[in-house]
Design a protein around this ligand. Structure first.
Ligand code: ADP
Length: 177
């Protein structure tokens, strides 16, 4: 057996990520099928700095990550400058536009906003490794997946809070070494 203190410290990405069990679900956008109005409502109902974009709610397969600020600016821009854009226009993050009814309002295409390779770790990645990656790559956030399904998000602040909790419990936590 490992010495006791070794595995007491083995928090995993899944222990630190949000949402916690009792929290509302991860706020995600789908790459197609959402309207401008729905995207705006999602952003307005949260204060998160960014949103993962997934293939569909059912699949929870990650497509990319979009910053709140970029999303708001681009939707505003499209509403003001793009001919025919209304609340019921589709928001699209796909490469190619899906077929739409001839009388549908023009979609707002936002793929260029996406970070197509957001950093991800598997849910069972030990936190000491995750912290190391954050430090070395200067990450602000990282997504957590299980078998390719998006589960959650860890921000730099989440890590700092976790480290503070660990330090309270045990100042010799391996996270500090
Ligand atoms: P920070 O952690 O720097 O305050 P955010 O405002 O983006 O950054 O996130 C606030 C909290 O919400 C963090 O605990 C983070 O893990 C969580 N969070 C961030 N983005 C999302 C999201 N899209 N859905 C659910 N929770 C999120």
């Amino acid at each position: 057996l490992e010495p006791k203190e070794e595995f007491e410290h083995k928090s995993l990405a899944v222990d630190v990520m949000r949402p916690r069990r009792a929290d509302p679900a991860l706020a995600v956008l789908t790459q197609e099928g959402m309207t401008v109005e729905e995207a705006e409502a999602l952003v307005a109902s949260t204060r998160y700095s960014g949103f993962p974009v997934v293939v569909s709610q059912e699949s929870q397969r990650l497509v990319g990550f979009v910053l709140r600020r970029d999303l708001l600016i681009s939707i505003d821009n499209a509403r003001q400058r793009q001919e025919g854009v209304v609340s019921s226009s589709q928001v699209l993050f796909t490469e190619h536009p899906p077929a739409q009814a001839a009388d549908a309002p023009p979609p707002v295409r936002l793929r260029s906003l996406l970070d197509l390779s957001p950093f991800t770790v598997a849910d069972h990645t030990p936190m000491d490794i995750t912290v190391d990656i954050f430090r070395k790559l200067g990450l602000r956030q990282c997504l957590v997946t299980h078998n390719g399904r998006l589960l959650g998000i860890i921000t730099k602040k989440d890590i700092l809070k976790h480290m503070a909790q660990m330090a309270n419990r045990d100042p010799d936590s391996i996270l500090f070494n």
